[in-house]
Ligand binder design. Structure first.
Ligand code: SF4
Ligand code: SF4
Length: 205
């Protein structure tokens, strides 16, 4: 089935019209074995180095993440990433993009936090399994790491497909078809709907 055919079929299946926008996302697929101890140890080593650098060096000026999306679009983006299941996390490996700047930011939010507590918080977030070859925090329901502990990159990144779609939206569409496609075929589809109360008056019936 070609991509246009997959979009047409998904629209029909979900009762959408051609006027409802569609965003085609990557589709992450992977094996989900138990998280090996070697990967846990590798992440712990990386984290210990990041903490040592953050605690030992003078504080760098706070990084400036991109401004957050409007709330409706942020919710839509979250639904899109859930449909994709984290294709962009595949390079997270045993570092998860956590670095000294991340640790500095965590300590600015909680100034009393010591090395052992920081280590313990991150290690507690590691789950029993993680996608093979992907980030150690990449689990079956997405990222296991609390947003407060994630890197700025993880908290603000949107892939090209999603960013292009979000930027083209003057407001959150009432209904958006989310289609995860791996280049060969559509793997998943879902619909993001905004609640009626949040829709612009002209769109309510
Ligand atoms: S940003 Fe893009 S690649 Fe990453 S999880 Fe979301 S849809 Fe997938
Ligand atoms: S920390 Fe979370 S968001 Fe960042 S790469 Fe790993 S799984 Fe993805």
């Amino acid at each position: 089935m070609t991509l246009p055919e997959a979009i047409h079929a998904a629209r029909r299946r979900h009762g959408l019209s051609a006027a409802d926008p569609v965003v085609v996302l990557p589709a992450y697929r992977g094996r989900l074995p138990p998280l090996p101890s070697a990967r846990r140890r590798a992440f712990t080593r990386h984290l210990a180095e990041a903490i040592a650098e953050a605690v030992g060096a003078p504080a760098a000026p706070p990084s400036r993440p991109e401004p957050p999306l409007a709330s409706g679009l942020a919710t839509l983006a979250g639904a899109a990433c859930a449909c994709c299941r984290g294709h962009c996390c595949a390079r997270g490996g045993e570092h998860a993009y956590v670095d000294a700047d991340t640790i500095r930011r965590v300590r600015r939010a909680e100034p009393g936090l010591g090395r052992a507590e920081i280590l313990a918080r991150y290690r507690a977030a590691l789950g029993p399994e993680a996608y093979e070859g992907s980030c150690v925090f990449h689990g079956p329901s997405g990222c296991r790491l609390d947003r407060a502990l994630r890197s700025d990159l993880c908290n603000t990144f949107y892939c090209t497909e999603l960013k292009r779609f979000l930027r083209a939206q003057p407001a959150t569409p009432p209904r958006t078809l989310l289609l995860a496609h791996d280049g060969e075929q559509a793997r998943r589809a879902s619909v993001h709907r905004i609640p009626v109360a949040a829709a612009p008056a002209a769109q309510r019936t």
